[in-house]
Design a protein around this ligand. Structure first.
Ligand SMILES: NC(=O)c1ccc[n+]([C@@H]2O[C@H](COP(=O)([O-])OP(=O)(O)OC[C@H]3O[C@@H](n4cnc5c(N)ncnc54)[C@H](OP(=O)(O)O)[C@@H]3O)[C@@H](O)[C@H]2O)c1
Length: 344
């Protein structure tokens, strides 16, 4: 069926940023008309006019055709979106909403578009005190930081606690890293932020870090499977060799929340931190937060947290035409905080 030009999403000038696999194995990507088939909108879907979309690491991978994230072709990336309901799902037209995950930008078109359609069960009313852009600055990164810090709060064994003990956040200049620094500091912990960027020091300190270190300053050069136990809890967004090194330096009863793989997906470690210090390595998968109610509760907590971080948290507004360039910069680790795409 040809696109209905009167249908939301097919109005003149409605655009998206789309990536598709080419026959030669490469990818072709850029700004295109959205061009929806109205008949393809399912009865249980909500159509949202996108006002802003957060730019997550996963979106950078999708935008460059990473097969682990770009599960269908063609695809509009954007795992987070905020905007207003146009119709569907029994929600009043104009309701301010947010949506994260639920296959957006991976198995179905995501938020880098003038409109997005999503399963009704994915839609969360945007907290009234959180602006559209603030919501997308937080987005999946903020939800993930909260989930990770909640998990650590349950796992870190207080029987071994020492006064002024330290909690570590790796990849601290990134979206998840900065939010994790703020969440842990708000919980009263002494936070050490680990970043390779000198330019991030002022920002992460403003977000609550008591100290900022480079990775080489916390890596013990000896090959021992255990080194002096320093960290009570760790939020790790980097993975790879840095995670392996950090595990050796977790104090007895401490815990590590493994979130990301920006620095590598392989983990070469030993069982010694686990069997000799009772360290816990906990995996975090924000996409599997089970219920809509739990997600709504996390959004309320982000709304409470945002005033503490707003002044310091770097937010970069991007147009659809900027998506390809920002993805390259993000994968090269040249970005800080969160980019947000304003579709029009
Ligand atoms: N498990 C989940 O549910 C979940 C949810 C959200 C995100 N994630 C993952 O978490 C990670 C961070 O996501 P994000 O959106 O915060 O990304 P981001 O904004 O790009 O931040 C990633 C940070 O990792 C560090 N980094 C990047 N490349 C590195 C390398 N080669 N070696 C060491 N450090 C490196 C950089 O920090 P410095 O320059 O400051 O060192 C960078 O700022 C990604 O892997 C993402 O896929 C997972």
């Amino acid at each position: 069926m040809p696109p209905d030009v009167g249908f939301p999403g097919n109005e003149a000038g409605t655009r998206c940023w789309r990536v598709r696999r080419a026959d030669d194995g490469g990818v072709v990507a850029g700004v295109e008309p959205l061009g929806w088939d109205p008949a393809a909108v399912a009865a249980d879907e909500v159509v949202i006019r996108v006002e802003a979309a957060g730019f997550n690491y996963k979106d950078a991978l999708a935008a460059t055709g990473h097969p682990g994230v770009m599960r269908v072709s063609p695809l509009v990336p954007g795992i987070d979106a905020a905007g207003r309901v146009v119709g569907g799902g029994g929600l009043a037209s104009g309701t301010a909403v947010v949506v994260t995950g639920n296959g957006l930008g991976e198995t179905r078109d995501g938020g880098f578009a003038g409109f997005v359609r999503v399963p009704a069960a994915a839609v969360i009313p945007r907290p009234a005190t959180l602006s559209t852009e603030a919501a997308m600055a937080c987005g999946t990164a903020g939800l993930t930081a909260l989930i990770a810090c909640d998990r650590l709060a349950m796992l870190v064994d207080g029987r071994h606690a020492r006064p002024d003990e330290e909690w570590l956040v790796t990849g601290a200049s990134g979206g998840v890293g900065m939010m994790a620094v703020a969440v842990l500091a708000a919980a009263g912990h002494r936070v050490v932020a680990c970043s390779r960027k000198v330019s991030a020091v002022v920002t992460v300190t403003s977000l609550g870090a008591a100290a900022v270190v480079r990775p080489d300053e916390i890596i013990d050069p000896t090959p021992k499977s255990l080194v002096k136990g320093r960290w009570a809890g760790v939020v790790d967004t980097v993975g790879g060799p840095l995670l392996a090194d950090v595990l050796r330096a977790v104090r007895p009863g401490g815990a590590v929340a493994a979130i990301g793989m920006a620095g590598g997906a392989d983990l070469l470690t030993s069982v010694h931190p686990f069997i000799l210090r009772g360290v816990t390595l906990a995996g975090i998968d924000a996409a599997s937060i089970p219920t809509q109610a739990e997600r709504a509760a996390l959004w309320d907590r982000l709304a409470d947290l945002w005033p503490r971080v707003a002044a310091a948290f770097p937010v970069t507004r991007l147009a659809l035409d900027d998506v390809g360039g920002w993805a390259q910069r993000m994968l090269a680790s040249e970005t800080m905080g969160r980019g947000i795409v304003i579709p029009e």
